[in-house]
Design a protein around this ligand. Structure first.
Ligand code: NI
Length: 139
């Protein structure tokens, strides 16, 4: 890390105390690492905002596989977005419930689109899109 730059930050005593409490709770060893992560978090958010950049996410779904035609609908949608879905993992949680995790890569807007479509299908009990990054632009 030869290109490291040190800079000063001015903030109120109270805000710094709150920040120190927060980073202690999260287990950060230093303020610097916590600040770096906050910056990265915002950069990833920005990566998703425009919708046109290539990015990465995971879509987690919990559903009852006995719901009529649900399995077919989920599979059909995934086939429509060929190239976007890189990998899927399916686990049978119990007699009725299934957990499916899709790893997706593509334009942010396309990922959000398929996530919304999958999550809103009748019979999907819970669904969540985790928006992350290809990591290419982060240091
Ligand atoms: Ni299952």
């Amino acid at each position: 890390m030869s290109d490291v730059i040190r800079f000063g930050v001015s903030l109120s005593k109270k805000l710094l105390e709150d920040f120190d409490r927060l980073i202690a709770k999260k287990g950060y060893a230093s303020r610097s690492e916590a600040i770096r992560d906050l910056i990265r978090e915002n950069l990833v958010e920005l990566e998703w905002k425009g919708g046109a950049e290539e990015t990465v996410g995971t879509i987690t779904l919990v559903y009852d596989h006995e719901t009529r035609e649900l399995g077919d609908k989920l599979t059909h949608l995934q086939h429509q977005y060929l190239g976007l879905v890189i990998s899927t993992t399916h686990i049978h949680l119990d007699k009725h419930n299934c957990l499916e995790v899709l790893i997706v890569r593509g334009k942010g807007k396309d990922i959000k689109n398929i996530a919304n479509k999958l999550i809103s299908i009748k019979g999907v009990k819970h669904g969540k899109l985790i928006t992350t990054t290809t990591g290419k632009k982060l240091t």
